[in-house]
Design a protein around this ligand. Structure first.
Ligand code: FAD
Length: 291
């Protein structure tokens, strides 16, 4: 039944791809190779992260500009507010708007390590600031397994509602592996009147050790079956890639059967797995028409 559903969704699925600013010339080449490979799939948008407190906002902007120029795709910079004042954010927003950027992924950003004071601005404030400058299309973050700093799940859910009420038009989730948790979260969003798309963030896991660290920091559960699946593959990247592709494909199949029609891929600047998963979902380059 899961595979039969693939027949019905062909041509009906939207995707988006997330990249990060590369640090070396070799990584830059990988990034552009990936963008060129994925662009013909006509994603709804692509986004480029910005490491809060990294001071690399200009690099994010440069890549966004190049993506727009080279591919014509809608390119959305991630913008954080934990490391900027309201006045600075207004200037950044005006500058983005002047440069033709209409879509922004609005985030608070992680607090600097060992910080004791509460942040002056949260993502809701950033959404309000962006809206006060221009009519941006705004995406925000959502946490099916609850953001680590939230006092409880309900508070965090209401926080998402505040972001949407402030003007966000979609939410992209933290990565997750427990599909039930995502589906329950989506139901709870609907129940409290969040009426925008809750787009699952899909992370194909090719480096399990790195994932375990990241999952601990972000409060994302890594199920036991995943530990077992990657056991013994520490020095076998080829098999890890196949396992990762299979796992992510199973996930998108189940999610699409549950009515999900937009998937956001954490590409980590690689194209192979995201491309293969898109192919399976029927998201393909246009077929050249014979004249
Ligand atoms: P918020 O929505 O502001 O929430 C942060 C926490 O504060 C939550 O626990 C919330 O419940 C709580 N909270 C909200 N309002 C209040 C209040 N008034 N009083 C007390 N508590 C409150 N990070 C980067 O640095 N760069 C990126 O490019 C980036 N991209 C991301 C993309 C996605 C799709 C996701 C899911 C995350 C991304 N992050 C990125 C990580 C993100 O910045 C962190 O998870 C950060 O800690 C929270 O950001 P937020 O926008 O969810 O914050």
């Amino acid at each position: 039944a899961i595979n039969r559903n693939l027949d019905q969704i062909q041509g009906k699925v939207n995707v988006s791809f997330e990249f990060f600013p590369p640090k070396t010339a070799a990584m830059e080449q990988t990034l552009w190779g990936s963008i060129e490979r994925l662009a013909p799939l006509a994603p709804a948008f692509v986004s480029v992260t910005y490491g809060a407190n990294s001071g690399e906002r200009d690099r994010t902007h440069d890549i966004i500009k190049s993506i727009k120029q080279r591919t014509g795709l809608i390119a959305a910079p991630h913008l954080t507010c934990v490391d900027a004042s309201k006045e600075q954010l207004i200037e950044i927003a005006k500058d983005y708007w002047r440069n033709g950027i209409r879509h922004i992924v609005a985030l608070r950003g992680d607090l600097p390590p060992n910080s004791i004071s509460k942040p002056a601005l949260y993502a809701t404030d950033l959404v309000e600031i962006l809206r006060s400058v221009a009519d941006f299309d705004i995406s925000v973050a959502a946490y099916p397994e609850v953001h680590p700093e939230a006092p409880n799940a309900q508070f965090d859910l209401l926080n998402l509602k505040r972001k949407v009420d402030a003007g966000a038009s979609r939410a992209i989730t933290q990565f997750f592996f427990d599909i039930e948790k995502f589906l329950r979260y989506r139901d709870r969003c609907a129940a409290i009147g969040i009426d925008v798309d809750i787009i699952p963030g899909i992370l194909p896991v090719t480096n399990f050790q790195q994932l375990e660290k990241f999952a601990r920091l972000t409060n994302v559960a890594v199920p036991n079956w995943m530990h077992k699946a990657y056991q013994g593959l520490e020095n076998d990247s080829q098999t890890r890639n196949l396992v990762a592709a299979n796992m992510a494909m199973e996930m998108v199949k189940v999610l699409s059967r549950e009515g999900v029609d937009h998937f956001h891929f954490y590409t980590l600047n690689r194209c192979e797995l995201s491309y293969a998963i898109c192919h399976l979902l029927g998201v393909r380059p246009p077929v050249a028409m014979a004249v």
